[in-house]
Design a protein around this ligand. Structure first.
Ligand code: NAD
Ligand code: ZN
Ligand code: ZN
Length: 361
């Protein structure tokens, strides 16, 4: 089967023929239909996050189950599914506490000498268990969530990362309250979902910060009440001015130390700053020692603190009711072969999201 392979950091992905193993106990083989191109994939290409190369990226994915391994009961061949990029075990302390996004327990007994993907004799690793920039994926089945009939797999793919991450950061991680003020730094695929979830949560003011003017226009369509171009305006001062001292909730949705510090600084007394962007692991974020007196909170948000089988069906319902806009996130569509062009557009800030149409439904 064909897959897009990252062979070295900062190089284009190459479309190659790989072999894929049969699913073992607890795994499923999924035929990939659609995959979103997320900035998290780009971090691996740029080398800001390390990966075991060669590697197949892709973690915002939907497809159709072709086959399941022994012991898999909640999905079967023919089911339309999202591939969660965390595959929770269901019985560790995190799963037990309703925080399955934090689960790190392995759910299958796949041996190191039996890789899922190979190029000739060489093992090829896969991102986040999903490895979705390929025609097929074999992954731990606990990560699979059913897609209701009537919802396209292109839309469903985006629920697999950007929609869940943005919606969940607002609703689960931050618990934004009606009437509160919100600032969002970065109006890309994730940031737009933070904006539309903040609108749903009843925020009175939603300030979008970006450096690309066109992104700020899109942010308004998704619910931003105010916009700030950080290219010509100090975003911290501006947010403080617009909110009378600082926002109740702020979100960093880019992945930079500088904007994480801005997010903290633009939260007001008693406010909460949520870091969603993948800040490079060695970068240190510095904040004022006055945190104690200001009673501010600095929090991370991973996968929108998702409870997969609760939140994803809810997101589909909100989409069907017209309360979440998912189609509007898709700026461009490409075949798998167009993947490098899709990453060039993401780098340049020209798209909200690109979707790869990899297979037919
Ligand atoms: N926490 C999670 O679980 C999770 C999940 C998905 C993605 N992410 C991360 O979220 C971040 C955003 O992902 P995305 O796919 O939306 O990215 P994106 O590239 O689509 O969006 C980033 C936006 O930030 C803007 N920007 C860049 N530098 C800026 C600056 N200095 N000031 C203001 N705006 C600036 C860009 O114009 C762009 O609109 C990435 O770091 C990604 O890895 C985290
Ligand atoms: Zn992602
Ligand atoms: Zn677990």
């Amino acid at each position: 089967m064909k897959a897009a392979v990252l062979n070295a950091p900062k190089t284009p992905l190459s479309i190659e023929e790989l072999t894929i193993d049969e699913p073992i106990a607890g795994e499923a083989l999924v035929r990939v239909v659609a995959a979103g191109v997320c900035h998290s994939d780009l971090h691996f290409i740029e080398g800001t996050y390390p990966g075991r190369l060669p590697m197949v990226l892709g973690h915002e994915v939907a497809g159709v189950v072709e086959k399941v391994g022994p012991g898999v009961t909640h999905v079967k061949a023919g089911d339309r599914v999202i591939m969660g990029f965390v595959q929770p075990c269901g019985h560790c302390k995190y799963c037990d506490a309703g925080r399955p996004n934090l689960c790190q327990t392995r759910t299958t007994a796949r041996a190191a000498d039996r890789p899922i993907l190979k190029r000739g004799d060489q093992a090829v690793s896969g991102m986040a268990g999903t490895a979705g920039f390929a025609q097929q994926s074999v992954m731990p089945a606990t990560g699979l969530v059913q897609v209701p009939d009537g919802i396209g797999l292109d839309v469903a793919a985006l629920v697999g990362c950007s929609v869940m991450t943005g919606y969940g950061a607002v609703v689960n991680t931050a618990k934004v309250e009606p009437g509160s003020t919100v600032a969002v730094i970065g109006a890309g695929g994730v940031g737009l979902n933070i904006i539309q979830a903040a609108r749903l949560a009843g925020a009175s003011r939603i300030i979008a910060v970006d450096m690309v003017e066109a992104k700020l226009g899109v942010a308004k369509q998704f619910g931003a009440t105010d916009t700030v171009n950080a290219g010509d305006t100090d975003p911290v001062k501006k947010v403080q001015e617009l909110t009378g001292g600082g926002a109740d909730f702020t979100f960093e949705a880019i992945g930079l130390k500088v904007t994480a510090e801005q997010a903290y600084a633009m939260a007001g007394r008693g406010g909460t700053a949520v870091i969603v962007g993948m800040i490079p692991p060695m970068d240190q974020i510095s904040i004022s020692g006055m945190i104690w007196m200001q009673e501010k909170t600095l929090k991370g948000s991973y996968y929108g603190s998702a409870r997969f089988h609760t939140d994803m069906p809810r997101i589909f319902d909100l989409y069907r009711q017209g309360k979440l806009n998912i189609e509007g996130l898709v700026t461009k569509r490409f075949p798998l072969e167009g993947i490098n062009e899709a990453f060039d557009l993401l780098r340049s800030g020209a798209v909200s999201r690109s979707v790869l149409e990899i297979g037919a439904e």
